[in-house]
Design a protein around this ligand. Structure first.
Ligand code: MG
Length: 372
């Protein structure tokens, strides 16, 4: 089998509120075509026009090339060799950031092709599944007031979620409001629901973070996520060592080398590689193994469309130990309609896809409506 085309398609809803941290308003769809009529689908959650340029750029020289040039004519089943060819072929401008993001979308599409060619879901090709369904945590933005927070949490409990994360929004602007919002969330959730709080890089330094996490303790957050900038590794280490509450981070980090350093230097409890950014399905499996060695939980970051939900489910399904799927509940068209599959939540659980490859179908009418 040979790769005949690699497409990077930008999808974007007509009205965007770019002041919100909601990446489900646009998307970058990867499509890899083969000479045997099998098409692979992938997604990249990054800045779509930048990723499109990295896919399409003509080569400059042996270690500075666009990805499409490196893939045409290759056998799509040789995923690990191709991952390393792309890594090496972009090393002058890559190693991190959008080049690895773009490689992630390619890697997902290659796994989709391999699964379709072999008639198996990806989680089985990875050696799983260790489970057929995974507990979902509902993931949404933190509302502006405690009253709205109560309503949002109550509605998610009503939908059957047993774990809920609220993030970004006003968190970090006012220390007392942070506590009031978390208190409102706990009161609305009751005692049995797990609550995660994503500070969205909102706290200034480790000392402030330590004080705030201690103020959250009566409301028992399952974890507190991204209180500090990702490069403040000393701050994360000070915080993680000081508090009992789990600290989570890593959605901006990439590759096995990056996460090895992150775990070594921050000593956080939970890492959150995003399968559409951190290096794809292949790299997230490698990162999961590194985390297991260190006793760190890996709960992939997963926002936006059904493609990332499916890709994350395959990775999680193949992990010996796993806790949650991040389940974005944003009511954007791209989150809710891009895949034909809707990933229903039943008793707080989401089933692993069982069809070949990713086990999803793209709604081509949605692609046609939002492609730019
Ligand atoms: Mg986050």
């Amino acid at each position: 089998m040979k790769i005949t085309d690699v497409q990077a398609i930008i999808l974007r809803q007509p009205a965007m509120d770019v002041s919100k941290a909601d990446g489900s308003q646009d998307a970058l769809l990867i499509r890899i075509e083969t000479d045997e009529g099998i098409t692979g689908i992938g997604e990249v959650d990054s800045l779509p026009p930048v990723v499109k340029a990295i896919v399409e750029a003509p080569p400059s020289h042996a270690i500075a090339s666009g990805l499409r040039h490196l893939l045409l004519g290759e056998n799509p089943l040789e995923i690990d060799r191709l991952w390393h060819k792309l890594y090496r072929g972009t090393i002058y401008y890559g190693r991190g950031g959008p080049a690895i993001h773009a490689i992630s979308g390619i890697d997902i599409a290659l796994w989709d092709i391999k699964g379709k060619a072999l008639g198996q879901p990806i989680h089985r090709l990875l050696g799983g599944p260790h489970r057929t369904a995974i507990r979902a945590y509902a993931s949404t933005l933190m509302p502006d007031t405690p009253q709205e927070t109560s309503q949002v949490v109550a509605a998610l409990v009503e939908r059957g979620f047993t774990a809920i994360k609220l993030g970004w929004g006003p968190l970090g602007r006012d220390a007392d409001l942070d506590v009031a919002l978390v208190r409102a969330a706990r009161e609305a959730a009751g005692d049995t629901i797990e609550l995660m709080v994503d500070i969205g890089l909102g706290w200034s330094d480790a000392d402030h973070a330590i004080r705030q996490v201690r103020r959250f303790e009566p409301y028992r957050p399952y974890w507190v996520e991204e209180p500090l900038w990702p490069d403040d590794v000393a701050g994360y280490r000070k915080l993680a060592d000081a508090v009992e509450t789990r600290i989570a981070c890593g959605e901006e980090d990439v590759t096995r080398w990056g996460f090895d350093q992150l775990m070594e230097r921050t000593r956080v409890d939970v890492i959150q590689p995003d399968v559409t950014r951190a290096g794809g399905i292949s790299e997230c499996v490698r990162i999961a193994h590194l985390a297991e060695l260190r006793g760190v939980a890996m709960v992939p970051h997963s926002w936006s469309t059904g493609i990332i939900k499916a890709a994350s489910l395959h990775v999680i399904g193949a992990m010996a130990k796993a806790t949650f799927l991040e389940y974005c509940v944003q009511e954007t068209a791209l989150n809710q309609l891009l895949t034909v599959e809707r990933f229903p939540v039943v008793d707080g659980m989401v089933a692993l896809p069982e069809g070949p490859g990713l086990g999803i179908e793209i709604d081509e009418e949605v692609v046609a409506r939002y492609a730019v």
